[in-house]
Each structure stands twice: as C-alpha cells, then as structure tokens.
Design a protein. Structure first.
Length: 109
C-alpha cells in the first residue's frame, strides 16, 4: 500500500487546491454554485485521484486526501483531522488486508 502523502506531486496538488480555494473565496456570491464550485471540485479531484491511484482502495485514500486538504484550509481542527486520519488509515490497512485475502482465495480456486 503506497503512501501517497510522500509524493511531491500529491503535495503540489494540495498546494494548488489550497490556492484555488483562497482565490475563489473572492468570487461573486452568484458564482458559488458555478465556477467556484467547479474549480474547487476539479482541484480537489487532482490530489484525490493521485491518492486513489496509489491506494488501490480508492474511496478510503480519497477521503484521506480530502481530510488533509480540509485541515490545510482550516475547515477541520488539528485534533479532529488527526483523529479522522488515524481512523481512515486504519480502515485502509484493514481493507488492504481483506483485499489481499480475497485475491489469495480467488487464486487458490
């Protein structure tokens, strides 16, 4: 299970997402569901897709990436982010073991 958080490209994607959030905060209110939302979702997807590609268990890795970004944007308190990250990492490890077990079961048939 690769640790995507060690990848420079993932860190750069997080930086871009943070910059997009800060820049779009000044967009007109009537763009909240237009360009603001589209740009933020697209930027978030870059880092999330990198995480998904590394993690093979996409949704859990994607959630982990979003937690990190939410903390960077001060949407989550440090303690809450750490608690959520620990839980997500633990779940990813368990999912990884389950995946390996199931692959092993399938290959012995």
């Amino acid at each position: 299970m690769a640790d995507f958080r060690r990848l420079k490209i993932w860190a750069d994607a997080q930086d871009l997402t943070e910059a997009i959030y800060r820049s779009t905060a000044t967009f007109p209110g009537d763009e909240r569901y237009g360009l603001t939302s589209q740009m933020r979702r697209a930027a978030n997807s870059i880092a999330a897709n990198i995480a998904e590609g590394c993690g093979r268990l996409g949704s859990a890795a994607e959630v982990e990436s979003h937690i990190v970004q939410s903390r960077r944007l001060n949407f989550l308190k440090p303690d809450d982010a750490e608690r959520l990250l620990k839980g997500t990492v633990s779940l990813r490890r368990r999912l990884h073991r389950l995946h390996n077990y199931l692959v092993g079961m399938r290959s012995t048939r």
